[in-house]
Design a protein around this ligand. Structure first.
Ligand SMILES: [Fe+2]
Ligand SMILES: [Fe+2]
Length: 285
């Protein structure tokens, strides 16, 4: 009964990203996102990383307070971003690896790769933020501490968790780094991005939610998987464009992602939007 009502009304997920508590934090953007969260019906909320600016305690304390306000509205899934990663504890394959995300675990979520199944939505998180370790390290120093990575083992694990979702659930994968090339930045978020994209498009997933690039983007990959890349709620928008967040809406057979842009104190529907058919049989056991 509850499930059929969910399909009838549609599933709605709010996707926000990159608050960057610390110097770039913008209270007005977060307040506008919270106002939208409170004003409408949401099955879940995705927050795709970069909660802090430099993984400092006072930044995480602030971020915890902000995340708690979103949690009052709907269930929230989070993943760590590169700015939430204390890379200096384990540089270049050496050091104390559990400390990379010690503060993230303490203040934001104890699990860096959670599965949240709630209200007709299955959300699977992956941690792409490895600091300066081999999983994300490239030959280019400008990538260090910025680039992300996903191992084959992580991708297999996500596939398995998504395949175990209830039959009618909307299935979301949440990862901090952008999985498609940024339009303005021209940069890929992940090391070996084509290997990752091949794995993603073979997954039983409807939408891949990402942040990091600080520009909103909605793409269809592999002919069937939507990518919801969310802009930042901080002051660091790319190309001096307005802040934005994404709204994901699904019926039984379609899913749509639309970017809503910040305009005079509120987030309003913007021109970037894309839909895809849902394929209930894809990847199902
Ligand atoms: Fe960011
Ligand atoms: Fe980032």
């Amino acid at each position: 009964m509850a499930e059929s009502r969910m399909v009838q009304e549609g599933v709605r997920v709010l996707h926000v990203s990159d608050m960057h508590c610390g110097h770039p934090f913008v209270q007005a953007h977060v307040d506008a996102a919270l106002a939208l969260a409170r004003a409408q019906r949401w099955n879940a909320i995705v927050m795709s990383g970069d909660f802090s600016q430099r993984a400092r305690v006072h930044e995480f304390e602030h971020a915890r307070e902000m995340v708690a306000r979103f949690r009052e509205v709907a269930p929230v899934i989070t993943v760590p971003g590169n700015h939430d990663t204390a890379w200096w504890h384990a540089p270049f394959g050496f050091g104390d690896f559990p400390r990379l995300h010690e503060r993230y675990r303490q203040y934001i979520c104890g699990d860096t790769e959670p599965t949240v199944q709630v209200n007709g939505v299955t959300m699977v998180g992956l941690n792409s933020s490895w600091g300066t370790n081999p999983e994300s390290l490239t030959w280019y120093p400008r990538d260090w501490r910025v680039k992300g990575g996903l191992t084959d083992a992580q991708l297999r694990d996500a596939h398995t968790r998504l395949a175990a979702a209830p039959a009618h659930d909307l299935r979301l994968l949440v990862v901090h780094h952008n999985v498609v090339r940024g339009r303005l930045s021209r940069r890929w978020g992940l090391k070996q991005p084509h290997r990752v994209l091949d794995a993603l498009t073979a997954m039983p997933v409807d939408v891949v939610c990402t942040g990091h690039d600080h520009e909103e983007q909605v793409e269809l990959v592999g002919g069937r998987v939507l990518v919801s890349a969310a802009n930042t709620l901080s002051s660091r928008m790319r190309g001096k464009r307005p802040s934005a967040l994404n709204v994901i809406e699904a019926s039984a057979d379609r899913v749509t992602v639309q970017a809503w842009t910040y305009d005079r104190g509120a987030f309003v529907p913007g021109p970037i939007s894309r839909s895809a058919a849902r394929e209930p049989s894809v990847g199902r056991p």
